[in-house]
Design a protein. Structure first.
Length: 82
């Protein structure tokens, strides 16, 4: 999955729907979430990313704020066995 722009407001719910569909796909491999083009993540977006991480998401991020948010999620949430 490649995300762009702001992960905030209605886009959080849109990502949740897309994520739920991707996770339920039979025979799927690991899901990589590319956050390199994300410019802002609100609290709801951060919460959803944490849930996605708990469900096995792998993240690619650039930019100090996005990388910091992802590292904080990884510290707070115990990674699932991979």
């Amino acid at each position: 999955m490649q995300l762009e722009g702001r992960l905030a407001g209605p886009w959080v719910e849109e990502l949740k729907h897309s994520w739920d569909a991707a996770v339920s796909s039979p025979g799927r491999g690991p899901l990589l979430v590319d956050l390199t083009e994300v410019t802002f993540i609100d609290a709801a977006g951060e919460k959803l990313l944490a849930q996605m991480f708990e469900q096995g998401a792998e993240f690619r991020a650039t930019g100090c704020m996005t990388r910091c948010i992802i590292e904080e999620i990884k510290r707070r949430v115990k990674a699932p066995s991979r």
